[in-house]
Design a protein around this ligand. Structure first.
Ligand SMILES: [Zn+2]
Length: 87
């Protein structure tokens, strides 16, 4: 999301001018650059005061989808089983 106000990344301290695409952490009231967002878990933008459950569920669904896609791709290319991939 684009920042409304300029700020600095709370992790690496990089300058984040207004309108820069970055992550605003509503809970901590500070910002993260995209690089640091990718390196922290869970992603701050998923943890909101309004709908934390919905956010985490959506993230989980996406992870399952990615996993299924990866598993089917692996299965097709290797002819192996999904269980093998999981273990
Ligand atoms: Zn950063």
């Amino acid at each position: 999301m684009a920042l409304r106000h300029a700020g600095a990344c709370r992790v690496c301290g990089v300058e984040l001018p207004a309108k820069t695409t970055a992550v605003y952490d509503f809970t901590a009231k500070n910002v993260l650059c995209l690089a640091c967002r990718d390196s922290v878990s869970p992603a701050p933008q998923q943890v909101t005061t309004t709908a934390p459950a919905e956010g985490s569920r959506r993230q989980q669904d996406r992870r399952v989808g990615d996993r299924r896609q990866a598993a089917s791709t692996t299965e097709a290319s290797r002819g192996g089983s999904v269980l093998q991939w999981d273990s």
